[in-house]
Design a binder for this molecule. Structure first.
Ligand SMILES: NC(=O)C1=CN([C@@H]2O[C@H](COP(=O)(O)OP(=O)(O)OC[C@H]3O[C@@H](n4cnc5c(N)ncnc54)[C@H](O)[C@@H]3O)[C@@H](O)[C@H]2O)C=CC1
Ligand SMILES: N[C@@H](CC=O)C(=O)O
Ligand code: NA
Length: 828
């Protein structure tokens, strides 16, 4: 069995590339190969230009011919040697001198007949294929060279169009094979001859057509078109950065797409292979690891998923919509025929037509440059009808574009157009006209050109992006925020691959600058980008960007500040449909009425608010409590050590270092709040106690919690955290004394918090515990939280582990992001 491979001009661009083609051809000897090649890149254009120059009597054609000669001579010298080189160069010399004579004749006549010019332009393929065949022969492989003018017979079928004569070509091919059997045949693309043996071409992009015709003639197993892209994209990647390579396409889909200018295949290329069900594979010569796109008969078992019905999106710009409207059109036979015959008279190309069944209006799209003539012709044709009011208007809507969704399976799947129009509506795009043929391979919408790329991206993302694509805005890239961004950087590819969760950080804002991106910040260099690209911070604009400037289905704000003002916006963000995730305790420990409003909204909507890291950092405290409550357990008491900072301080304040030194260590380790007085004052613990109390159903304000502050009275008025840290050593003596006293009693100091749910109270205080008490056993920044409940009455449920620090806290925030993704439908 044969396989046919076609290598385009870029694959044949340099001697090195031609050698690479030879290597690919020789790389697999499992079947016989028929190789079709284009001319070296740019050569066909040079050949057309030669003819053009000669017939316009431009003398420079001779220099251009010299350039053609030199290009091929240099390539051959690089690629070939010995006898093969000599043979090629002698053929090249003789071809060039024939061409010189012929071009001279054209020059004198000032005219080139079609067959003259076809003969000239086809030389590029003769030379490139000869060079390749010699390069293959160099390895000792059995390889013949085929001049397809000897076998491929075509007849003209229209202006710049030919049809293959399969019967005659098959006969000639058989004869050719009987003379020159070989395992590898290298043949010329693009050229053919007429039944009268006059050289001709298959016209522009004809080499793909050659490959398809020859594929059909030899009943090839497959035709591979080698090019410089990985395959066929789901949309123009210059407009849609998320465009993906399609693994398969049906013939009809490829056909539809090529109409829309997708750089797939010329529709005529598909016809010869389609009739014999021969698959065409588009592959990248420069990336052999990419499997490419297979164009074949629609596989029967293809994924019936609604979203998979649309294979690609394409657009056509620079169109105008013509709308002919009037009550006199309904039920009057011949109206549309009259409209379109007027359009035909001016030679305009109608790109889509739509008529509502009420028949009061008919609209169609034509290229913008043709619309003036069309409109004038219609006004003339319908002058009387317009005057008599049977037609109310012939209206032109300028600056339109078409967006087309292509997919064979749209035909049998309800709901596809609903998804498409929903995506456009959500992107706030106004659709001017709609057309869907009964074949249903294609839904076409006309919209304003200025909306087109946005529409394309909105539609594409709706069908091609994972439903769990999260557009994330990070507020406060400080210790926790930065650590989170780095954790995301290291994990996003794995999440995409394993769980289809597509995380895009589309904005980062600090207190003074912000970085915005439409498709996602490159997380490997977010810090540099933040310095280079950032604009002045503006929270309102940041949030607007997150809610409007992109096409991703889910929006999330991650507040990594400790700012009360930022927290005051959660309610509005949730109302806008933006999910909120935060380690910031300010919202949940702020005024009770605000908190209750927030939680009520959260419960009433499908917009989520997660804050696991507000208590115990990454430890599962909130989720444990929720689990107990939601399954009907009754919380009696929650108590423990809630501060990583204070835990670290008292675990390490053992007589070797001063109290102030240990506080400085906790700050250095990233356990403290931005202002460490929030920790030492007990406020941070009180906030956590309040968060848990409220979560357990108590309606308490922060001021209801008695708090024992560890900040000396004299330091409460310090104007900055630094001043506080500088003055703290003067209190080291007091702390040393307290520690001694406890030690003398066989006890340790521990700062604890408790929620007494039964009595509706909370407290935060410094206590002494015996050395064998569980609270005395902690190390590092450990938190320990004991839940005493109806079910866990004798022995409390205890959660223990590091309760502060950059990695564990950011990890807790990250967990919330994944929890959100799973609520939104990510696989578990
Ligand atoms: N450090 C830890 O171990 C834990 C921290 N948390 C919480 O995480 C949050 C962040 O803590 P850190 O990263 O340690 O603090 P940080 O001070 O290192 O970072 C906060 C960042 O937010 C920025 N920021 C402040 N106001 C802003 C505004 N209005 N808009 C934009 N950015 C603003 C600051 O410039 C800074 O970059 C705090 O709410 C803290 O309570 C929660 C659990 C543990
Ligand atoms: N500063 C806090 C950080 C976690 O909430 C602490 O020390 O626990
Ligand atoms: Na937690």
């Amino acid at each position: 069995m044969w396989s046919v491979h076609k290598f385009g001009g870029t694959c044949m661009g340099t001697p090195q590339r031609i050698q690479n083609v030879a290597d690919v051809v020789l790389g697999d000897s499992s079947e016989r190969k028929l190789i079709i090649v284009s001319a070296m890149s740019k050569v066909t254009d040079m050949m057309y230009s030669l003819v053009h120059k000669a017939q316009s009597r431009d003398d420079s054609y001779t220099e251009e011919l010299d350039k053609v000669f030199e290009k091929h001579m240099a390539a051959a010298k690089d690629l070939l040697d010995g006898e093969n080189l000599a043979r090629f160069l002698s053929e090249l010399h003789s071809d060039i001198s024939n061409l010189r004579a012929m071009l001279r004749a054209i020059y004198i006549a000032g005219h080139a007949t079609e067959s003259f010019s076809e003969f000239v332009v086809g030389h590029g393929e003769l030379w490139s294929s000869q060079m390749l065949s010699y390069a293959v022969q160099k390895s000792g492989a059995s390889c013949s060279w085929m001049d397809t003018r000897e076998v491929l017979v075509v007849k003209p079928s229209g202006p710049d169009m030919v049809d293959p004569d399969y019967e005659e070509s098959e006969k000639r091919l058989e004869k050719w094979f009987s003379r020159q059997p070989a395992e590898i045949i290298v043949a010329t693309g693009f050229i053919a001859s007429t039944a009268e043996n006059i050289p001709t071409t298959l016209k522009r992009d004809g080499s793909d057509f050659s490959a398809a015709i020859i594929g059909s003639l030899v009943r090839a197993r497959q035709v591979t078109i080698w090019t410089d892209v990985d395959g066929v994209f789901s949309a123009d990647p210059r407009k849609v950065s998320e465009a993906v390579i399609l693994s398969t396409l049906s013939y009809q889909e490829a056909w539809e797409m090529s109409y829309f200018g997708a750089n797939v295949l010329h529709p005529r290329t598909i016809i010869p292979v389609m009739k014999d069900n021969i698959p065409i594979v588009i592959r990248n010569m420069f990336n052999l690891s990419a499997p490419g796109t297979v164009i074949c008969k629609q596989p029967a078992n293809e994924d019936a998923d609604l979203d998979a019905c649309v294979k690609s999106f394409a657009t056509i710009d620079k169109l105008a919509l013509v709308n002919v409207e009037g009550t006199g059109m309904a039920g009057v036979p011949g109206t549309s025929s009259a409209i379109f015959s007027a359009v035909k008279e001016v030679g305009a190309n109608v790109i889509m037509i739509s008529q509502a069944s009420s028949e009061h209006s008919i609209c169609f799209a034509v290229p913008e440059k043709e619309v003036a003539a069309v409109s004038a012709a219609l006004h003339v044709r319908f002058r009387e009808a317009l005057a008599a009011g049977r037609l109310s208007k012939v209206e032109v809507i300028h600056d339109c574009s078409i967006l087309a969704a292509v997919g064979l399976r749209m035909a049998s799947t309800p709901g596809v157009s609903a998804i498409l129009f929903d995506a456009l509506a959500k992107a706030n795009i106004n659709v001017r006209a709609i057309a869907q043929g009964c074949s249903e391979y294609n839904i076409t919408v006309v919209l304003k050109q200025e909306d087109c790329v946005r529409a394309l991206r909105a539609a594409h993302s709706r069908f091609f992006l994972s439903k769990t694509t999260l557009a994330i805005g990070v507020i406060g890239p400080g210790l926790i925020g930065a650590t989170l961004l780095n954790q995301l950087r290291d994990q996003v590819a794995i999440l995409k691959e394993n769980m289809n969760i597509d995380v895009r950080v589309i904005g980062i804002t600090g207190a003074s600058t912000m970085l915005l991106s439409e498709t996602g910040v490159d997380l490997t260099r977010w810090k540099e980008e933040m310095q280079k690209e950032a604009k002045p911070a503006d929270l309102a604009n940041f949030v607007r960007h997150l809610s409007e400037d992109h096409v991703f289905p889910n929006k999330v704000l991650v507040d990594c500040t400790a700012d009360t003002n930022v927290a005051s916006h959660y309610y509005d963000w949730l109302k806008k449909g933006i999910h909120v995730i935060t380690p910031n305790k300010k919202a949940n420990s702020g005024p009770l009425d605000r908190y209750l409003k927030l939680r009520t909204l959260q419960r009433a909507s499908y917009t989520h608010y997660f804050y696991e890291a507000t208590v115990g950092a990454g430890l599962p405290i909130i989720s444990t409590l929720r689990g107990l409550l939601e399954t009907g357990d009754k919380i009696l008491r929650i108590e423990g050590i809630f501060s990583g900072t204070l835990s670290y301080i008292f675990n390490n304040f053992e007589g070797t270092r001063s109290f102030s030194d240990v506080v400085a260590e906790a700050k250095e380790a990233g356990y403290t709040e931005p202002d460490p007085r929030d920790d030492l004052s007990g406020t941070d613990v009180a906030r956590k106690v309040i968060i848990l109390a409220r979560e357990s159903g108590l309606r308490l304000e922060l001021s209801d919690i008695p708090v024992e502050s560890l900040v000396p009275e004299a330091l409460k008025s310090c104007s900055s955290p630094n001043e506080f840290m500088q003055k703290l050593p003067s209190f080291d003596q007091d702390w040393a004394r307290q520690r001694h006293e406890a030690e003398a009693a066989g006890e340790v100091l521990r700062y604890v918090g408790a929620v007494d749910v039964l009595n509706g109270k909370g407290r935060v205080e410094l206590q002494r515990y015996k050395r064998d008490h569980p609270f005395a056993q902690l190390s590092g920044s450990d938190n320990i939280i004991a839940f005493t409940t109806s079910r866990y009455k004798e022995q409390p449920l205890i959660v223990r582990g590091p309760g502060a620090g950059a990695e564990v806290t950011a990890g807790g925030v990250f967990c919330d992001i994944l929890r959100l993704a799973s609520y939104l439908g990510a696989p578990s």
